[in-house]
Design a binder for this molecule. Structure first.
Ligand SMILES: [Zn+2]
Length: 364
């Protein structure tokens, strides 16, 4: 396996170690936020062990955040995972060797992926020069090489996770074991962690997007009839009004959906059933849908906050607000899974950044 960043970082005090996007769910500061009920449901483990393990991890991170940044002496505001990452083709292995307390500037340099995505690479390079006392061309070469290696991780499809570094802070084997188990689940399909959200990815996204692209074409050619769609929705047991669909079509056109790049336009067509469910039920529902994600042709993805919420929002996305058959199928399946629950189900158009519009298109 190819061990990332090791050669590029030789001789540097502070070296960038961008985190592969797929590994976010294993980063201790993210992992510590997971609702213990959700955690034990995902792994099938003992809830008490997850309450303790996650609580111990939170305490450890809090203690480290109170220390000094080892690279510049400023107060540390973050504790980042020191990962040893190896990659071979679609397989990845990540070993947590320790935790590093870091100030904001050092974190930006250390987690170069964040600097990259926020357009702050120049600031990160400048800080690399100052902290390491190296010329700018050396810093630039390191950044180039490290980012190149980081991009290799985008191909990884399966990660294995070990966290032996947590033992050095006094955590015992059992608690480290449950955290490793949770982290490994969260970084492998069907799960994915993005920001503070847990996602369950459907297994049939390609086919769904192809159908959504057909709807987009019909929309842009003026062939999408709101009245016909509303009639079909009603036939399938959804409540809606042609007026709502017509207004939504007009708002999409006004937002220039037909001139956007295809991937952007398709994102604008997504929508979700939004459920507010008790926290305990959320923990169960997420796992039930993850288990059938592969064979649910209507499921694009599920999104729910990582942390404990009471009640907890769960958004079940489909690829197109115009695929009324898929939307109705999703509603039926959710009702089968949650019998006897007083469910008020609203299907809303998606907005960028894990948000849904205020108005609803369909109800069930
Ligand atoms: Zn610092």
């Amino acid at each position: 396996m190819h061990r990332l960043y090791e050669e590029a970082c030789q001789g540097l005090r502070l070296c960038p170690r961008p985190l592969p996007p797929g590994l976010r769910g294993a980063e201790p500061s993210i992992l510590a936020r997971v609702d213990p009920l959700l955690a034990s449901s995902i792994t099938g483990g003992e809830p008490a062990l997850y309450y303790e393990g996650l609580w111990l991890l939170q305490g450890l991170l809090r203690r480290l955040r109170g220390r000094e940044c080892p690279y510049c002496g400023r107060p540390a505001l973050h504790a980042a995972g020191a990962w040893s990452i190896s990659v071979e083709g679609v397989e990845g292995k990540a070993i947590l060797e320790g935790l590093v307390p870091l100030c904001g500037s050092c974190l930006l340099t250390y987690r170069l992926d964040e600097a990259f995505s926020r357009g702050l690479l120049r600031e990160a390079v400048r800080h690399l020069v100052v902290v390491n006392w190296v010329p700018e061309d050396v810093a630039l070469a390191v950044v180039d090489r490290v980012l190149g290696e980081w991009k290799e991780t985008l191909r990884v499809r399966r990660w294995s996770i070990e966290m032996p570094g947590l033992l050095d802070y006094g955590m015992d084997r059992d608690h480290v074991g449950v955290l490793e188990e949770l982290a490994e689940r969260l970084v492998n399909p069907p799960y994915l962690v993005e920001d503070e959200w847990l996602l369950v990815l459907g297994g049939d996204a390609e086919a769904q997007r192809a159908r959504a692209a057909e709807a987009l074409e019909a929309l842009c050619e003026g062939r999408l009839g709101a009245a016909a769609l509303a009639a079909k929705a009603a036939e399938l047991g959804l409540s809606t009004e042609p007026k709502r669909i017509k207004m939504y079509v007009e708002s999409l056109i006004a937002r220039d959906v037909c001139r956007k790049p295809l991937y952007k336009a398709l994102e604008m067509l997504e929508g979700a059933w939004l459920l507010m469910v008790p926290r305990r039920l959320r923990a169960w529902l997420v796992v039930a849908l993850a288990e059938e994600a592969e064979k649910s042709p209507w499921l694009l993805r599920l999104e729910t906050p990582l942390g404990p919420r009471e009640p907890a929002p769960v958004a079940i996305y489909t690829a197109s607000v115009f695929d009324v058959a898929g939307i109705a199928e999703a509603a039926r399946r959710l009702h089968e899974l949650l019998p006897g629950q007083p469910l008020a189900m609203a299907y809303k158009p998606g907005l960028p950044g894990h948000r849904l519009a205020n108005h609803l298109l369909y109800s069930y």
